[in-house]
Design a protein around this ligand. Structure first.
Ligand code: PLP
Length: 329
């Protein structure tokens, strides 16, 4: 199927704001933030833009039920459940354990409260078989993190949105855009989109999962897949990777991420998470402080909508089925 260049469904409120962070800028480098935490008032963040493409494709294919995959605190599973419901799809998810934090517990319980049907497994190795079973039962698969070429087109469009903001004088053209890199669609789509807009902005994907080589390969592969739909050349894509901020692995807290989150809170009133955005923000601060670029934009991928309304009908963690409680290691 040809990749659509404009979203066939719109869930979000666009454009999301861009703001300078004066307190963390220096005489050499300006730091800006793209507020994709505000894509939606009930549940925002980066998955909204991908799901506009993915869920419209599911609907066009006549699906009634979709199945996706994620760790216990997967924002992608929560977003797929919420927006899937909005367009009349029921949502199943294969769920893998993740280190427990309050945030991870809330995301899992919110997904369940919204009607996500869970299929807990004890490791990533068990995912393919479980997923195959669900697909054979008639559920349409939505790839982990929503990172197929289709979902990635949401961020090609997002790059166009930022280019329009640059042209309108809202912000100067960034030299570097720093973003968390998980399944890769966000960074890949932005890099393709900036190239398509003839911007000089280089994307730095901050690895938040390992193994690093695989994560980078996946992002490059997605970028290549989107060039055909956007009339860009692979050689024009500026996509770099920063693997220094991962720490012990996906979902594990690090001191520098905690420090970066505290700086973001004090200087810009941003709430970041330990799995993705605090690590990416630490990398953005490094770009500024090591004088790597004059203009740095941090792309905030975490929803800042309050979780409380999503937890109104959620069960307490202690009341979860033991198989689900084991997902919070
Ligand atoms: C999913 C997610 C990411 C990673 O985006 P990818 O497109 O999978 O690389 C980054 N930040 C947050 C908050 C996320 O939920």
């Amino acid at each position: 199927m040809a990749l659509p260049n404009t979203p066939p469904l719109t869930f979000g409120r666009y454009p999301t704001p861009v703001k300078p962070i004066a307190e963390l800028s220096t005489s050499h480098s300006e730091l800006w933030v793209k507020r994709d935490d505000l894509t939606h008032e009930v549940y925002g963040g980066n998955k909204v833009r991908k799901l506009e493409y993915l869920l419209s494709a599911a609907r066009a294919a006549g699906a009634k039920r979709v199945v996706t995959v994620g760790a216990a605190g997967s924002h992608h599973v929560l977003a797929t459940t919420y927006f899937g419901n909005q367009v009349g799809l029921s949502v199943e998810a294969i769920i893998v354990p993740q280190p427990r934090t309050d945030h991870v517990s809330q995301v899992l319980r919110a997904s369940l409260a919204l009607g996500m049907r869970p299929f807990p497994v004890s490791s990533w190795a068990q995912v393919p078989l479980r997923l195959a079973q669900r697909v054979l039962s008639g559920a349409r698969p939505i790839w982990i993190g929503g990172s197929t070429a289709f979902g990635t087109m949401g961020f090609v469009a997002a790059a166009r949105e930022l280019a329009d903001q640059v042209r309108a004088g809202v912000l100067p053209e960034p030299d570097v855009c720093v973003v968390a890199l998980g399944s890769g669609g966000t960074a890949a789509g932005l890099a393709v989109g900036f190239a398509a807009q003839r911007m000089k902005t280089r994307v730095v994907g901050v690895c938040v999962a390992g193994p690093r080589s695989l994560i980078c390969l996946q992002a490059r592969r997605l970028a290549r897949a989107c060039t055909r739909a956007t009339r860009t050349e692979v050689r024009d894509i500026q996509l770099a990777f920063d693997g220094r901020f991962l720490g012990p692995g996906y979902g594990f807290a690090t001191q520098y991420a905690e420090d970066a989150a505290e700086e973001a809170r004090l200087a810009a009133d941003l709430t970041l998470d330990g799995t993705y955005t605090a690590k990416a923000f630490a990398a953005a601060l490094w770009q500024v402080r090591a004088r790597r670029a004059r203009r740095v934009v941090f792309w905030n991928t975490l929803s800042s909508a309050p979780m409380q309304p999503l937890l109104t009908h959620a069960v307490a963690e202690s009341a979860l089925d033991p198989a689900l409680r084991r997902l919070l290691r």
